[in-house]
Design a protein around this ligand. Sequence first.
Ligand code: SAM
Length: 314
Amino acid sequence: MSSDAFASPHISVLYHQIILALSPKSPGRYLDATVGAGGHAWGILDASSPHGQLLGLDLDPQALELASQRLAVFGSRVALVQASYTTLLEQLHRLGWPDVQGIVIDLGVSSMQLDTPDRGFSFQAEGPLDMRFSPNQPTTAADLLNRLDEAGLADILWRYGDERLSRRIARAIVQARPLQTTRQLAEVVAKASGGTHQRIHPATRTFQALRIAVNDELGAIEAVLPDAVSALAPGGRLAVISFHSLEDRIVKQFFRRESRDCICPPEQPLCTCQHRASITELTRHPIVADEDEIKTNSRARSSRLRIAEKREMA
Ligand SMILES: C[S@@+](CC[C@H](N)C(=O)[O-])C[C@H]1O[C@@H](n2cnc3c(N)ncnc32)[C@H](O)[C@@H]1O
């Protein structure tokens, strides 16, 4: 097939590495758990021509609309569903797919989401403090900011944003409430951060922390990894791209644990856990973007790709 001519507002990160990792083949079945603008999905469908099939999931209906336009060229080889990847086993069951040969999970937020002020993900444009991946989710960033107590807010900023000034910022937020817009929040955070000299905008960590909390992103990653392994056919591959250390640590620890036959504490002389390795970790160290990719796509700078293969006997 000819190359992907779709002008996408989102450039897929580590695109070639994902296609190499999954090595899609016809007539394999593949799952893109975070289909977004459909960039990785396009590559998987192209490489698995003429009979490869792909299920694409995303929480965001706007992303699915874009993906459906871009992937229309593949006709009935593609199914797109608005759902969380935490329901992937149910979605595969509905399609009657017992397993898949490859799964990609490209975590986090897309450029479309960041660049749409109405979604409230960015402090660089004025918009409502929303930050939900799906409009069906009940809690927005404004709800958290205006309802949580100071300690609860500080905890979110500290745990999900690694924000050193979490308490000071939480206090300033509580004093400035109610907060309704991204600019209001960015200003409160900038003021609370005072003259501290920072390499990045002072609101960066607060916005990241709120987004993670609104969407329970870390809980979702913890939940999806075992299901993804169980959805893979023996020899099938799971590729996960993360964008910050909290996500990457969850993936790394899961891959380490699941690639070992015994997970008893090291001081225990005899194994009692009966744990059996279900995967082989193919990336001891994560794959990162090279300078050329970072030059054309700054989002790639913090990306980390880890790949695992399901064992034959798992
Ligand atoms: C970085 S983008 C994916 C881009 C895509 N790989 C591409 O090549 O165009 C991440 C996507 O994951 C989606 N997402 C986040 N959490 C999700 C979840 N729990 N279930 C499904 N999709 C989710 C977001 O809405 C966003 O569209």
